[in-house]
Design a protein. Structure first.
Lengths: 485, 140
């Protein structure tokens, strides 16, 4: 590892331009403090820029530096406020790319503000010319910082207690078609799906308040559907009312109306921004409301490995920000999701401690200090025939959302919902009873279908549906093979 | 109608052997199993009556099934559910819950609508069974 090149004394503050690595932003001997925020970037320097200078530049531009030396640094405790790149490793099998570890003193960040954290960490630095590309791969958030955030408004345990649903994944469906239904027709889909056996239905991310259905119409008809389905089944039901709107004032108005109508859950989209999300999380905590987050927009910056922000970082930010549900991938469905990488996201949502697991893309030990857990949501191109795989890959504390897999059922929406619920309960029962449910899954489903015609039909119609494409965001490290000849 | 609370209401009613398989799974995970019964199945009736304490130190599902048989002798006309409780840090709540006994006739729920201002409606769900006094609702 390259040694420290920091220039000290008066020479350091001589007017002019100086390399970042000489200004104190490269400190290979630095040992991060327990209270430091650590960021891991994937850097791709421009030709002719060495990786240490590039890493130091990222540290500088994401903390105190500007392009030239300024004497006013000397009015501050500058050594403390400088972010320090302390380690640079080549990325395995990716020539020209490096992992740069950068430590930030906790005093650089406002307590409890994702906006402030991200303004530094993913601010100007992402457009910095000496880099071809830059990606924020992971962050270590010190407990001292975690504790300044509210965290999920409700959390997995209290959500389950409120819903009185334990021991199985929850079941949902997004109402389709996502655009064009009137309020009255929309409520019909909600009623049929909930009566048939789902726990939740969901507005899609772009259902807000459009000419074909204004938001109050949707809320009123949806709550008629929820209450009627609840009375038909004796079971708590809910529908994620999307309160996403153009202004905070509009969002609060919609959320208040949802609360007045007795809804147990509201929904927001990631595109409303970090501050709006934190505001809604506080509102949700105050109003006994579960807060669902749809990650609309994330793929614009999470999907490509060379540039952007990894979804595992977004998941960490959203746990701090305080949402209760987050879409985190299905592995087997229609949207991007490598199994090992997705496991990393799920662990970040649901565990109190994440150990470093490079094979899942998790680069740091992360303590959550009893911050509430949030429910990962699997949605997009999944169906009842994959139930054994979904439970095996995603576990029990998750929400399985079968949109097309419910509403597209040949016997109707309620039949589709029933098929999914029977498949789920049969699989959980078999798992608990000690069956090898992953391998015997298809047989377990066939057996369950003997007393459930809708499941039989679902298995028949979607039996050949799979989405096998190469993932663009897979881990850079593979587990070391043990001798097993 | 058939109330669909609990984890396995969409499966055919479970045999005692099947109930034992699930109870043993819970016990093997370190969860305490217990039984609760009610004649008020309102979805927000959280506190069903307890049939004794959770069996914190019981290693064998057979004991749970034995208790279930005893419970059925007294309250066989009502809903009985198995509850498994996980006391480990970070959960400290129910981990699995499912119905193990039902009334022969489940009359369901009345949905009352109180029309308010504009199109606002206040909904109230009432089990038909609770029209009768507690203890004489499912006519043992």
């Amino acid at each position: 590892m390259t040694k420290s090149m920091t220039i000290t004394g008066a020479a350091r503050y001589k007017s002019g331009v100086m390399e970042y690595k000489k200004m104190g932003y490269w400190e290979p001997d630095y040992e991060p403090k327990d209270t430091d925020v650590i960021a891991l970037f994937r850097i791709t320097p421009q030709d002719g820029v060495d990786e240490v200078e590039a890493a130091a530049a990222v540290a500088g531009e994401s903390s105190t530096a500007t392009w030239t030396v300024v004497w006013t640094d000397r009015l501050t405790a500058k050594e403390k406020y400088r972010a320090k790149a302390y380690r640079v490793d080549p990325v395995p099998n990716a020539p020209g790319q490096f992992f740069a570890y950068i430590a930030y003193d906790l005093d650089l960040f406002e307590p409890g503000s994702i906006a402030n954290l991200t303004a530094s960490i993913i601010g100007n630095v992402f457009g910095f010319k000496p880099l071809k590309a830059l990606r924020l791969e992971d962050m270590r958030l010190p407990v001292a910082y975690v504790k300044t955030f509210q965290g999920p408004a409700t959390g997995i345990v209290v959500e389950r207690e409120r819903l009185d649903k334990f021991g199985r994944p929850l079941l949902g469906a997004t109402v389709k078609p996502k655009l064009g239904l009137s309020g009255r027709n929309y409520g019909r889909v909600v009623y049929e799906a909930l009566k048939g056996g789902l726990d939740f239905t969901k507005d899609d991310e772009n259902i807000n308040s459009q000419p074909f259905m204004h938001w109050r119409e949707r809320f009123l008809y949806c709550m008629e559907a929820v209450n009627k389905a609840q009375a038909e089944t004796g079971e708590i039901k809910g529908t994620y009312l999307n309160v996403t709107a153009g202004t905070m004032e509009d969002m609060y108005e919609r959320a208040e109306f949802a609360a007045e109508l007795g809804s147990n859950i509201v929904m927001i989209d990631l595109v409303i921004g970090y501050t709006a999300i934190q505001s809604m999380a506080k509102w949700a905590r105050k109003n006994d409301m579960i807060l669902h987050l749809h990650r609309a927009g994330h793929s614009t910056y999470t999907r490509q490995k060379s540039h952007g922000v990894s979804f595992r970082v977004i998941a960490k930010w959203m746990r701090l920000a305080g949402v209760d549900h987050i879409h985190a991938g299905t592995v087997v469905g229609k949207l991007e999701g490598d199994p090992a990488t997705t496991k990393g996201y799920y662990d970040i949502c649901r565990e109190d401690f994440n150990p470093m697991r490079l094979e899942n893309g998790v680069f740091f030990d992360q303590h959550w200090a009893s911050l509430n857990k949030l429910m990962p949501v699997a949605s997009g191109g999944i169906h009842a025939g994959q139930m054994h795989q979904l439970i095996d890959l995603l576990g029990e504390d998750t929400i399985l959302q079968f949109g097309g897999g419910t509403i597209g059922h040949p016997m109707g929406v309620a039949a589709g919902a029933q098929a999914n619920r029977v498949a789920l309960e049969a699989m959980i029962f078999a798992r608990n009873a000690g069956r090898d449910y992953v391998n015997e899954g298809p047989q377990i489903l066939q057996d369950a279908a003997r007393h459930c015609l809708p499941l039989k039909q679902a298995l028949e119609i979607w039996k050949d549906v799979t989405f096998n494409y190469a993932s663009t965001d897979s881990p850079d490290f593979v587990p070391v093979a043990t001798a097993a000849e | 109608m058939r109330i669909t609370q609990g984890a396995f209401s969409f499966l055919p009613d479970l045999t005692d052997e099947q109930i034992a398989s699930q109870a043993q799974y819970c016990i093997d995970n370190g969860w305490a199993v217990s039984l609760e019964f009610t004649d008020d199945p309102h979805p927000r009736n959280t506190y069903w009556e307890m049939w004794g304490h959770p069996m914190f130190d019981n290693p064998d599902a057979a004991a749970l099934v034995m208790e279930l048989k005893e419970c059925r002798k007294v309250y066989g006309d009502r809903y009985i559910r198995l509850v498994a409780f996980d006391a480990s840090h970070g959960w400290e709540s129910v981990k699995l819950s499912f119905i193990v006994n039902r009334p022969t006739d489940e009359p369901g729920f009345r949905l009352a609508r109180q029309e308010g201002r504009g199109r606002l409606v206040r909904y109230t769900t009432t089990p038909y069974a609770t029209d009768r006094a507690a203890g004489s609702r499912y006519g043992a």
